[in-house]
Design a protein around this ligand. Structure first.
Ligand code: PEP
Length: 251
């Protein structure tokens, strides 16, 4: 029996200008105004955070960012800090997305610094982990995930004020239309929960939401969400259109 409130999170990546993001947020807010028992988060690009924050202020949609840097301020051209995200209205921040690892040189060490910074600042970090197709074919899925979680969360402190979300996103399923099978997803999520238990103890392992991400669509959301260790979804492509994202939220 799951006692965790599901979280459906939308990662808008590098899509939408300020006005497009505001428009999408407005439409989404109308479409999900009846939702009660599910947490909802959208992560627009940095430029649209403040505008979207205003629009979702009195709704049950929360705001997330797609990354942060670990220093508070300074000569770090192009970076964004935790206090800046909080001032823009964010409650969550996505960290270690596979696109950041693949194209922007993120490592488990830099992911760990970002995670700890986010958590200390009062943001809820969403740690993204996942294996590539080659790693899965080479039977390395579990060792890859073990390293990403153990190093990514090293010396993180969880307590009643500091929680965490994990998103399992097999790289081969992101934006490809290929979804991991329910058996594959449940097997990995149970493994991740065991890792959390080893690192943080039973209470935090049970309280931590583990999302699945990778080509989640309105027509596969309910099957995935019914699995015992799946507590929601991190949605890329299908979160860009209010209608399809709302259908996923109504799984
Ligand atoms: C993502 O980028 O986090 C993601 C899951 O993308 P998509 O839903 O498009 O596969």
């Amino acid at each position: 029996m799951k006692n965790r409130v599901p979280l459906i999170a939308g990662n808008w990546k590098m899509f939408k200008t300020i006005s497009e993001a505001a428009d999408t947020a407005k439409q989404l807010a109308n479409l999900v105004s009846d939702v009660e028992d599910i947490d909802i988060m959208i992560a627009p690009p940095f430029t649209a955070l403040a505008a979207v924050s205003e629009i979702i202020r009195d709704t049950r949609i929360d705001l997330g960012a797609q990354n942060l840097f670990w220093e508070k301020e300074g000569a770090f051209t192009g970076e964004i800090s935790a206090p800046m995200l909080i001032a823009a209205g964010c409650q969550y921040v996505i960290i270690g997305h596979s696109e950041r690892r693949q194209y922007f040189g993120e490592t488990d060490e830099t992911v760990n610094q970002r995670i700890k910074t986010a958590s200390t600042a009062g943001l809820i970090p969403i740690l993204c982990v996942g294996e590539t197709e080659t790693q899965r074919d080479d039977q390395k899925t579990f060792s890859v995930l073990d390293k990403q979680v153990t190093k990514g969360l090293e010396s993180l402190i969880l307590d009643e004020h500091h929680s965490l979300v994990i998103a399992y996103e097999p790289v081969w399923a992101i934006g490809t239309g290929k979804t991991a099978s329910p058996d594959q997803v449940q097997e990995v999520h149970a493994f991740l929960r065991d890792l959390l238990e080893k690192q943080f103890g039973n209470m935090h392992a049970n309280a931590t939401r583990i999302l699945y991400g990778g080509s989640v669509k309105p027509d596969n959301a309910s099957e995935l969400m019914a699995l015992p260790d799946i507590d929601g979804a991190l949605v890329g492509g299908a979160s860009l259109k209010p209608d399809s994202f709302a259908r996923i939220i109504h799984f």
